[in-house]
Design a protein around this ligand. Sequence first.
Ligand SMILES: Nc1ncnc2c1ncn2[C@@H]1O[C@H](COP(=O)(O)OP(=O)(O)OP(=O)(O)O)[C@@H](O)[C@H]1O
Ligand SMILES: Nc1ccn([C@H]2C[C@H](O)[C@@H](COP(=O)(O)O)O2)c(=O)n1
Length: 439
Amino acid sequence: MLHPSRLGRLTLLPRALSAMSAPPAGASGQAGPCFAVEGPGSDLVCFTLSAGASGRPEPRCFVPAPGRCYSLCVPAAPSVPMARLHRRLQQRLRQGPFGRCRVLGLLCYGAQAALEKGFLIQDPQGGPETERALEELLRGLGELPPPPLLGVYEAGERGELWQCLWALRGAGGRDLLRRARVVAAEEPPLHPAVPGLSHAAVFHSLEAARSVVEQCTSFIPEATAVLDLVDKCPKQSKKGEFPVIVIEGLDATGKTTVTQSVNDSLNALLLRSPPACISQWRKTFDDEPTLIRRAFYALGNYIVASEIAKASTKSPVVVDRYWHSTAAYAIATEISGKVQNLPPAHHEVYQWPEDLLKPDLVLLLTVSPEERIRRLQGRGLEKTEEETELEANSLFPQKVEESYKRMENPRCQEVDASPSREEVLRTVLYLIKKHCGSL
Ligand SMILES: Nc1ncnc2c1ncn2[C@@H]1O[C@H](COP(=O)(O)OP(=O)(O)OP(=O)(O)O)[C@@H](O)[C@H]1O
Ligand SMILES: Nc1ccn([C@H]2C[C@H](O)[C@@H](COP(=O)(O)O)O2)c(=O)n1
């Protein structure tokens, strides 16, 4: 059940939210688009559009009083230009005249429509400046197929809420494409971003990740170097006869500590993903949208696979992060809100890519959020105490960890990493011996 307070100060109290569900009906009477506002809380606020003036209450909770509200969406298809456009809009909406606005994530979905991702811009003052600035922003994007449309939300005579959808003309002026009543909708059973995950964030083949990075070579010079390294790797790397053990987990759960000591104990070779040969370009790709960022990490896994193949002919191999990290972080980033929004167990996103070398054993280190805070603070990187605590307690790490736990074939075997370093090492070595035999 959504709660208006989750959307903060700008909230207009919605009337009888529990009664606010209505079947989606577009202007033609057919199932029309639905929208999900991704507030900072855990619930989505969902609405749809209705051509008629049915008496159902609308979810006004996202419209600030006395302000106004706007929306922008771009196709979420796995297209590099669209992913960059979304990122560009996101960055621009943090600046200048939008400083006074609250910007929330918005998903547009529907039975017949492809997913669109965008923003709901809540202007608490509601003067003409924000609308003008949005028009300017959209016009300034230049020629784009298809240009983002501007949604403007306004109250009707009886206090009902309408969405006006405008197409901007390059030279000035705008055309009204649709005016429809905003009607509340129930949160869909599956988070709207789930169906697109396998195309937009979780890569299940070298080719899929490669083609994204290839589209970036004109504006990310490092992309060519990454592709060159990938192309030098043998296709479909095969594991040698020695065991390959992957250590996974959230940051500060003890992966570095464990991998180093396991390495010493087993006289193994220690590898990590992303591998050293592309690590210097991490920052560049981390600054790009999810599609590009995750494709980079996915390619890193294929490079590591070729290193594993070679090394595992000579000694056991321990790997600090691998595909499960790439997938779990991608899923948790793309799926907003609560842990229950994650794709259900056994979903295709949790399956190992067929063309990627499989490890023999994957251990997932887990510690309580409190212990993780202690370790993060003890390590004292550049975050403040408050930031550390916020990050560690947020829904994000919970979603990453739950995604790890849903991974299959190979699954992640959980290890409680809260005891002393020595005890954790003993447990890990025991599990390795049990699973991989004498080494
Ligand atoms: N069993 C343990 N008990 C107490 N402290 C530990 C234990 N294991 C690791 N630590 C400490 O916790 C901190 C984080 O450990 P470590 O760097 O190994 O985690 P990590 O998972 O590799 O983190 P990241 O992914 O961010 O690199 C370090 O200061 C480390 O010394
Ligand atoms: N194989 C990997 C390794 C790392 N990542 C991503 C996931 C997180 O965003 C970040 C964590 O890395 P760390 O801070 O532990 O160096 O890197 C990935 O996607 N795939």
